[in-house]
Design a binder for this molecule. Structure first.
Ligand code: ADP
Ligand code: MG
Length: 384
């Protein structure tokens, strides 16, 4: 998705050149799933797929929105009439960002926005955060708000939680705003402390395949909320602020204290072991042992499937097929119930692996998955 194309379409729609063009990527999470609403660790990296937005300021309180990827014309809203959960379509994401900025006291007096995105939607690759962050970054620059990347991420999370009404954690927005090319982002979601971890797959002859099962996940549906509530119950029963505060080496004791709360025990076990897996992956990558992270990814999948129970047959089939064809590791990524899986594999094995996935999916009567190689790409940026 080029800046020129988006700029030209903006000019066509609104009759004047945009003041600038910005981009923000989708992300894939390497490890650390469902930990971000437990104050835990995550490790996403930015995809080459991104949302691009051409934006101009307005002084009359009008917000005009257009997406190249949605049928329909320009949507016009009044900035001072924006209210949580009033928009039920895609415009809620950019409008929510304007709402969140204004709520926080920032003088955003309107905007013309045209955007286009190559991030697959509803595939667990964070097309929503890409949309929010590209708009937030553009308005931050144009209105000279001086907000830091992590602050933009917080505001966009608020837009998604309160305005859109989707109870998501802070990972997606921070990844889109803060990731760097060639690196995975080790993020502590409690205080947003960040470490850029070099993640050079090509140097090792490796490849990270993303497999979009094309099963649509539904974040705001009940299951996500139930897991969240279960984690909060676990923290309360254990007397901690968040499950992040349960050290890995005290897990057995914590599980014993949960007695016959079997459902909560499973959720707690996943979160505590998953935070530990993130730390193990960070240590392995720091030691240059990229291949060795494979089994940790696979362990993470088993935990999400058996303890957290957010996988689905298609995701399990990807992981099973990948491992049967020599992959180093594989796991579902994102919230689950569909969406995407990742596979760590030798680059040479990609063609045979892709063919095997197509074959097994066809045999099982599933839609053929969409597969692409993901290289750690730049975070949000101004293009021109
Ligand atoms: P994910 O973030 O995993 O892709 P979400 O359900 O959180 O899934 O967000 C997907 C929603 O984001 C879409 O249903 C749509 O409303 C909005 N969206 C994403 N990309 C675009 C786009 N290019 N144009 C308009 N809306 C988009
Ligand atoms: Mg999303």
């Amino acid at each position: 998705m080029g800046a020129e194309q988006v700029r030209a379409r903006f000019t066509e729609l609104y009759g004047a050149e945009p003041e600038g063009v910005w981009a923000a990527p989708g992300r894939v999470n390497l490890i650390g799933e469902h930990t971000d609403y437990n104050d835990g660790f995550v490790m996403p990296f930015a995809l080459p797929h991104r949302a691009v937005a051409a934006v101009s300021r307005r002084t009359d309180g009008v917000l005009r929105l257009h997406s190249a990827d949605v049928d329909g014309g320009v949507v016009e809203l009044a900035a001072d009439a924006l209210a949580p959960e009033s928009d039920t379509d895609w415009t809620a994401y950019p409008a929510g960002v304007v709402w969140a900025l204004r709520e926080a006291g920032h003088p955003v007096t309107g905007a013309d926005i045209h955007l286009a995105s190559t991030v697959p939607t509803g595939a667990g690759l964070s097309s929503s955060a890409a949309l929010e962050i590209v708009v937030a970054l553009a308005l931050n620059d144009l209105y000279e708000l001086g907000l830091e990347r992590w602050q933009l991420a917080r505001l966009c999370q608020r837009a998604e939680n309160v305005y859109v009404g989707a109870p998501t954690g802070i990972m997606d927005q921070t990844a889109s705003a803060c990731c760097e090319e060639g690196h995975a982002l080790f993020l502590d979601t409690r205080d947003l402390a960040q470490r850029q971890i070099p993640f050079d797959l090509a140097a090792e002859g490796l490849c990270l395949l993303v497999v979009d099962t094309r099963v649509q996940h539904a974040h705001s549906s009940g299951e996500y909320g139930k897991r969240r509530a279960g984690c909060e119950k676990g923290a309360a029963l254990l007397g901690v602020d968040a499950l992040r505060d349960v050290p890995y080496d005290t897990l057995d004791d914590a599980l014993a204290r949960l007695g016959d709360e079997e459902e909560v025990r499973r959720l707690v076990r996943h979160i505590v072991t998953e935070n530990h897996r993130v730390e193990r992956v960070v240590a392995l990558l720091a030691a240059g042992e990229v291949r060795a992270i494979g089994p940790v990814l696979t362990e993470g999948h088993a935990s999400l499937r058996d303890d957290f129970r957010v996988s689905c047959p298609e995701l399990d089939l990807v992981v099973h097929t990948a491992l049967a064809h020599g992959a180093l590791g594989a796991r579902m990524t994102g919230g689950g119930f569909g969406g995407s899986a990742i596979i760590l594999t030798d680059s040479a094995a990609v063609p045979s692996l892709t063919a095997a996935l197509e074959k097994t999916f066809t045999e099982a009567g599933h839609t053929t998955p969409r597969t692409f190689e993901a290289t750690p790409s730049p975070g949000a940026t101004r293009l021109d």
